[in-house]
Design a binder for this molecule. Structure first.
Ligand code: KG4
Ligand code: ZN
Length: 341
């Protein structure tokens, strides 16, 4: 079965064709990053307008690269939630119209479940059996979950304030490192001294919410109270050192909860997904834990892409699931909400 997957939840306008949930025949990602960079963040109105202008061309290119026409497809999948409402609506409406016009089955997809599905693409050998722990880390989410199937997860922990990617982006914005911040900080940190600043780890109420994380304290410390956490008497504050010290603490916050969840659940396999899963320090720290098996999607499938949507879409469509064309987009998805508004 060849499935067309469409993704437009944020600032990537993406489409892909995937065969039998695994083989990526094409994967086109048109990023809007350069257009949002001057604002140091995604401007929702601009994003949805650009999706509207680009979606047709992106889908055409995905079909061309797969050397297929619409008649060769067996189904259409599109992200319906969570994300920016205006942006989601563009991809979702396009996908529904496409499916209706071609008489194809259609399925609406939860973007976060698709990130967890990404390592199953391309038969990388990275596939791990269920159940496993999921680590969903992006600009909008920081979620630690138990994954029992491609469509069944239990959220064990989430952020009580900012998402981890958001913290990377805000620190980067403040220091003018570049947008989006994660990749810039990751690269800067490679030549930095991660012990130059000792930023505090949040103290959460471990009893009630043992796997929750928090990033607003770290963000404030790095942005407003830098001097207070300087651990060395160096005269100049080097951007590399700020990046390395921040990144080390940001990753530590995640790992503290993740490792605790692994211990408590007895699950030793972890699948990471979302843009922050591209972080090289996070990857190296997880690689050190030889008692855990951590699976990362290939870098091209870490960020938002259509292939993960088509891949998971196949799993639903193959077992006969269909979404009605009346399905609509939603910015949030139940069960993924922050626990404390
Ligand atoms: O999953 P994604 O592409 O979009 C959503 O937010 O849904 O994730 C984007 C986020 C941004 O916050 C970006 O700064 C972060 O992923 N990111 C990284 C890295 N590459 C991207 N964060 C840390 N290290 C990276 N190498
Ligand atoms: Zn994402």
């Amino acid at each position: 079965m060849k499935i067309l997957g469409i993704e437009s939840s944020c600032d990537e306008c993406a489409a892909a064709v995937v065969e039998n949930g695994t083989w990526v025949l094409s994967n086109v990602v048109a990023t809007q990053i350069p257009f949002h960079a001057k604002y140091n963040g995604v401007v929702p109105e601009l994003a949805s307008r650009m999706h509207t202008e680009w979606i047709d061309g992106v889908v055409r290119e995905a079909l061309e690269k797969a050397s297929l026409g619409p008649a060769d497809l067996d189904g259409v999948a599109a992200t319906a939630h969570p994300g920016l409402l205006g942006s989601l609506l563009v991809g979702l409406s396009f996908a529904k119209a496409f499916a209706w016009a071609r008489g194809l089955p259609f399925i609406a997809i939860n973007h976060m479940l698709a990130h967890l599905y990404a390592p199953r693409l391309m038969a990388t050998g990275a596939v791990t059996d269920y159940p496993f722990l999921g680590l969903l880390v992006s600009g909008g989410h920081s979620i630690i979950c138990r994954v029992d199937d491609f469509d069944t997860i239990t959220v064990l922990g989430t952020t009580i304030d900012d998402a981890v990617g958001e913290a990377f982006d805000k620190v980067s914005k403040y220091y003018g490192f570049g947008y989006p911040g994660g990749d810039y900080i990751d690269k800067l940190a490679k030549t930095g001294d991660s012990t130059a600043f000792r930023f505090p780890l949040p103290s959460l109420h471990k009893g009630d919410h043992p796997y929750d994380v928090s990033y607003s304290g770290l963000k404030t410390a790095v942005i407003n109270q830098l001097e207070q956490f300087r651990s060395k008497n160096t005269v100049t504050v080097r951007p590399e050192d700020i990046a390395a010290s921040f990144q080390k603490t940001a990753v530590e916050i995640l790992l503290r909860s993740l490792f605790r969840a692994a211990e408590d659940t007895g699950l030793s396999a972890i699948v990471a997904g979302g843009g922050v899963a591209a972080n090289s320090y996070l990857r190296s720290r997880l690689a050190e834990r030889t008692d855990l098996r951590c699976v990362f999607p290939p870098l091209e499938y870490c960020g938002d892409n259509g292939a993960m949507i088509a891949g998971i879409g196949y799993q639903y469509l193959a077992r006969g699931d269909r979404s009605p064309l009346s399905v609509t987009a939603s910015a949030r998805v139940q069960g993924f909400r922050k626990k404390y508004p």
